[in-house]
Design a protein around this ligand. Structure first.
Ligand code: NAD
Ligand code: LMR
Length: 328
């Protein structure tokens, strides 16, 4: 076990994702079974009491890896010394809303948090934004943290990736573990493009095993609109699956992706695949040595190109909107 605990700041700690996330972090699923963690829970003042209750429960689990819990309602204090920051705290959408409808309400949260990360986080800080609209919130935080390398700011599309794996496994009767190299491109929104054209199932091209009609009228909309379907069914947005995806994203970032497949994450674009430099957009990615890299050289068909461009155009609109609001 490494001697020095890793400081993990979680915002929105008293919310429903927070409740599904914190116990898994404390039990070693975020960073691995040999890494002790210190939790730094950041809430708004009204959320502090509930966070204290969750902290009591965490203590009651007597997790061997949990080296401490502190609770804050001030971002500067909450991000002090953070090595990993999970930016979850934000208002979730309700039935009938698109995630973009949250831009103004949630955009205001991520500027000050970016500034606080800039001021006091550890040198090796890694940030995952979960709160919606996640890509653009991550952009706001990143632009407000000019001294932190831009590539430390990422947004979560791993839930979409996992949803796509599961849908494809269900359709083909394959095990999820047999599916390799799926990609989510673009925005964590209804315009996202789940791409199976490089995926294989048990070594065979996935596109040979399903037909184009299913792909277009079933798979893509099901994955892209799954968040809304869950809100409709549960009366609240996804929580345990979102927490699980956040764990997957950070675990892979820190420990590296498996050698035999890539995954998806929204990271700062370097201009690859025609995505404007600086946007935080989902790509096929691998992680090595604590850094994400975009999988290069994939052929992009006209069908895929159109879908990627549509989602990226939405990200450009969101960026321009937050620029107009003075948030970046
Ligand atoms: P929730 O309402 O249950 O919890 C949100 C928590 O954040 C609350 O406790 C609230 O007090 C806190 N909070 C609000 N503003 C804050 C701030 N400035 N600093 C710290 N804490 C703050 O919501 P939830 O279901 O946990 O969802 C959280 C966010 O995650 C929402 O924006 C939701 O849309 C998003 N989400 C994203 C994905 C994804 O795949 N990217 C998946 C599911 C949910
Ligand atoms: C999801 O994809 O489940 C989340 O982004 C919540 C939402 O608003 O859809």
């Amino acid at each position: 076990m490494s001697a020095t605990p890793v400081n993990v700041t979680v915002t929105g700690a008293a919310g429903q994702i927070g409740y599904a996330l914190l116990f898994r972090i404390a039990s070693g699923h975020l960073l691995g079974p040999d890494t002790p963690v210190k939790l730094r829970l950041l809430e708004i003042p009204q959320g502090v009491k509930a966070a204290e209750g969750t902290a009591m429960e965490l203590e009651d689990c007597a997790f061997p890896l949990l080296a401490g819990i502190d609770i804050f309602d001030d971002p500067t204090a909450g991000f002090e010394g953070a090595n990993v920051a999970l930016l979850v705290g934000a208002r979730p959408r309700a039935k009938g809303m698109e995630r973009g409808d949250l831009l103004e309400a949630n955009g205001g949260i991520f500027g000050p948090q970016g500034q606080a990360i800039n001021a006091g986080a550890a040198e090796d800080i890694k940030v995952l934004v979960v709160g919606n609209p996640a890509n653009t919130n991550a952009l706001i935080a990143q632009r407000n943290a000019p001294d932190v390398p831009a590539d430390r700011f990422t947004a979560m599309t791993r839930l979409d990736h996992n949803r796509a794996l599961s849908q494809l496994a269900g359709k083909t009767g394959a095990a999820v573990s047999e599916i390799k190299d799926l990609t989510i491109w673009g925005n964590h929104s209804a315009t996202q493009y789940p791409d199976i054209f490089h995926a294989t199932i048990g070594g065979k091209p996935a596109s040979d095993l399903v037909d184009q009609a299913w792909l277009e009228s079933d798979f893509i909309p099901t994955v892209a609109k799954r968040g809304a379907a869950i809100i409709e069914a549960r009366g609240a947005s996804s929580a345990a699956s979102a927490a699980n995806a956040a764990i997957d994203h950070v675990y892979d970032w820190v420990n590296g992706t498996s050698a035999d497949s890539w995954t998806s994450a929204a990271i700062v674009s370097d201009g690859s695949y025609g995505v404007p430099e600086g946007l935080i957009s989902s790509f096929p990615v691998r992680a090595k040595g604590g850094e994400w890299e975009i999988v290069q050289g994939l052929e992009v068909s006209d069908f895929s190109r159109g879908r990627i461009d549509a989602s990226v155009a939405e990200l450009v609109e969101e960026r321009d909107a937050v620029q107009g609001l003075g948030l970046i």
